[in-house]
Design a binder for this molecule. Sequence first.
Ligand SMILES: Cc1ncc(COP(=O)(O)O)c(C=O)c1O
Length: 385
Amino acid sequence: MPTFPVRIDSRLPQVGTTIFTVMSRLAQECGAINLSQGFPDFNAEDVLFERVAHWMRAGFNQYAPMAGVGPLREAIAHKVAALYGTAYDPETEITVTAGATQALFTAVAALVHPGDEVIVFEPVYDSYAPAIELQGGRVVRLQLAAPGYRPDWDAVAAAITPRTRMIMINSPHNPTATVWTADDLAGLAAATRGTGIVVVSDEVYEHIVFDGRRHESCARDAELAARSVIVSSFGKTYHITGWKVGYVVAPRELMAEFRKVHQFNVFTVNTPVQLALADYMADASRHEGLAAFYQAKRDFFGAGLAGSRFELLPSAGTYFQLARYRAICDEPDTAFVERLTRDSGVAAIPVSAFFADGRDERVLRFCFAKNEATLAAACERLCRV
Ligand SMILES: Cc1ncc(COP(=O)(O)O)c(C=O)c1O
């Protein structure tokens, strides 16, 4: 293999392989139970696969319209209106994307100019900062402090400057499993009132909220909806993370800018899958039942760890469970998680990976989107640590 003869001036010099890839690879190497990366180890329903096969056989295998097939955009409009009471126009305000990651990247690329500031809350999902930096934007990091991980609106107000172009939020939140309340949204509305700030609201876990809570979408609040690009993911909702299909809803002015970029970095998402998802979404019980489905898994996992030395933090939503391990050791979380994977056979994610400065609060993130047999086996091993 020839080697590239010139030193590459990297656009992302600090970025290596993500912790999710690293931990999944280590889990595989060690034959460990993989509770690190966030994906289910169970399958979606056959009927969804049948619908994909149906549309393929029926000849729907060529490019879809740039914004997504009509029936899927209609179905998304219907769902969002039914859940959050806001009508988005499928023609001009809804776009189907290649997963949420692409949607987030495209939103940033479309709206952030070099020198603009973008506020994010740490611990933060790993794709946000590189997306901002690639556009020449400046990442302004505010902290969600353990153990409550609530946003501090005074800190937000103090961080806003004339250069603040965007605030990126995520609720239900990965990795902390916290869920924003109506008060949090009111805080965001107050902080951005009278500014030109765009909110990018990552709502990929919108259907996974526990104990009777409701998801506070930015779409619920007319003032916030008017400045928000809202991102969701079918991967999380229908157990198909590998299909990489998601969507964005936004006011038409923002969506017009979004589509200018989308048409050149993706153009369009695969046709038969979109048509199948449109069919599948017609039954609302499929997303309405998701919270109870995952709450049972959260409770099963929690009960299985009751006899362990892990200290579980509250999980109000998402399919993640944070755990402190101060009763076990005081090792850095990266060292401990590696030892846990190698010696005890369970992989997790060290939460320090979600902080730019590697802040280590000695907390691990476990993914409980797994069959009960997987969770039971993991709990048995974790109880021996
Ligand atoms: C908070 C958050 N945003 C975005 C994504 C990416 O979603 P997708 O797989 O649809 O790109 C994930 C996936 O783990 C996530 O946890």
